[in-house]
Design a protein around this ligand. Structure first.
Ligand SMILES: Cc1ncc(COP(=O)(O)O)c(C=O)c1O
Length: 395
């Protein structure tokens, strides 16, 4: 039996007609830039998370960069985050001009160890970026209380965690802003790149809307007014969403980005958003099955901490025998993935930060032992059982 780590074809096959119609509708209306479907998607995303503003952007990395800039974070500032994450988390901090400061992770949840954050806070620290890694929320109570104590922003990197919950609240609504990715393999993925910023702050929303679109138009001017504390009259334009033919796009107030989400991607996401709870429940079902049935002293199963709802973007095992087990599973037709082989503080790109081996022992330990096995909504009973049997038979 061959089981891929992700199976986008299987997902497409369950929704092909709906997705094809949604895409064809956008093509027939030619509403490609900031179209009505995109406005509807942003509205539905806000309703889903129960948040005031959703600002779609081109990808999750841009969501992070734009959010940092919207909060005024830049050169001279430090931002605390985890070294056990996808590179984009720290890269976005650097791209905004600030310095990432790493804090080691917990060995059992893979999330930033909130008890180690305080010792890294300096007079330059402006924000904490917790990552809800693999779909499990970080320790938000502790993080939010530190942020309050030291007057820091909290930006949730929720790129892997749509739908997950912390104490019955959806993640993405806990900090000052949160960022999502719609990379195709994410729990909610589009047909290419896509991302979203969510916030309850009117100010952050205005800044983010301006920054994603060249600092232009009505949102550009609103942002400019906010920054300069003046209230220049805002020309009456077409709408808040500056579409293809909006003349105001040639009036620029800030240095921003071209980071809009395509209407075509929004149309796909609009279809898929309807299914996200069902898909996440299926992932959780598979995780429960793995938790209850994988029994092999060579592997350590992931921990779902109390009062958190994990959405299992990835199901991560640990093993001292990682190379052997990964190769064995490959021979059995089961694909695996290694997340993450090099913690960010040891990446070549971050040599200048001066970290070396031994600085983040837990992240380094995990980078030698973790691997992901297949988990997605379309996984069949047969596939699940086969994966468990193969792992249990590994010696
Ligand atoms: C934790 C994390 N942060 C940021 C990103 C960046 O998102 P994107 O690939 O959409 O730019 C990703 C996803 O790839 C991610 O997993």
């Amino acid at each position: 039996m061959n089981i891929p780590l992700f199976d986008l074809k299987a997902q497409y096959n369950t929704l092909d007609e709906e997705l094809n119609n949604a895409v064809l509708h956008v093509l027939s209306t030619t509403d490609y830039i900031m179209g009505n479907t995109l406005i509807e998607f942003e509205k539905r995303f806000s309703e889903y998370l129960k948040v005031n503003h959703s600002i779609s952007v081109a990808n999750g990395t841009d969501a992070l960069v734009i959010t940092l800039k919207a909060l005024g974070i830049g050169p001279g500032d430090e931002v605390i985050t985890t070294p056990f994450t996808f590179f984009a988390t720290a890269e976005s901090i650097s791209a905004a001009g600030a310095k990432p400061v790493f804090v080691d992770v917990e060995k059992d949840t893979f999330n930033i160890d909130a008890t180690k954050i305080e010792e890294k806070i300096t007079s330059y620290t402006k924000a904490i970026v917790p990552v809800h890694i693999f779909g499990q929320p970080a320790d938000m109570d502790e993080i939010l209380s530190l942020a309050k104590k030291y007057n820091l922003y909290v930006i949730e990197d929720a790129c892997q965690a749509i739908g997950s919950e912390y104490k019955d609240k959806k993640i993405g609504t806990l900090g000052h802003a949160a960022c999502f990715s719609f990379y195709p393999t994410k729990n909610l993925g589009c047909a290419g790149d896509g991302g979203m910023i969510v916030t309850n702050s009117e100010k952050v929303a205005v800044m983010a809307k301006a920054l994603r679109n060249h600092g232009s138009g009505e949102n550009g001017q609103k942002a400019y007014n906010l920054l300069t504390n003046i209230s220049m009259e805002i020309p009456v334009g077409k709408s808040d969403h500056e579409d293809l033919f909006n003349p105001l796009k040639y009036y620029n107030y800030l240095i921003g980005f071209n980071s809009r989400l395509d209407t075509l991607q929004a149309a796909i996401l609009n279809v898929k958003l309807k299914y996200i709870n069902i898909w996440n429940d299926k992932r959780r079902y598979t995780a429960k099955f793995y938790n209850e049935n994988i029994i092999n002293e060579n592997v350590v199963k992931p921990l779902e901490k109390g009062s958190r709802k994990h959405v299992y973007h990835m199901y991560i095992l640990q093993s001292e025998e990682r190379n052997r087990i990964v190769n064995y599973l490959k021979q059995k037709g089961i694909s695996t993935g290694i997340y993450y082989p090099i913690p960010l503080h040891l990446q070549n790109a971050y040599k200048a930060l001066g970290y070396s081996e031994g600085h983040m022992p837990n992240a380094e330990y995990l980078s030698q032992r973790t691997f992901a096995i297949p988990i997605y909504a379309e996984l069949t009973e047969n596939q699940r059982s086969y994966i468990v049997d193969c792992i249990n038979n590994f010696r």
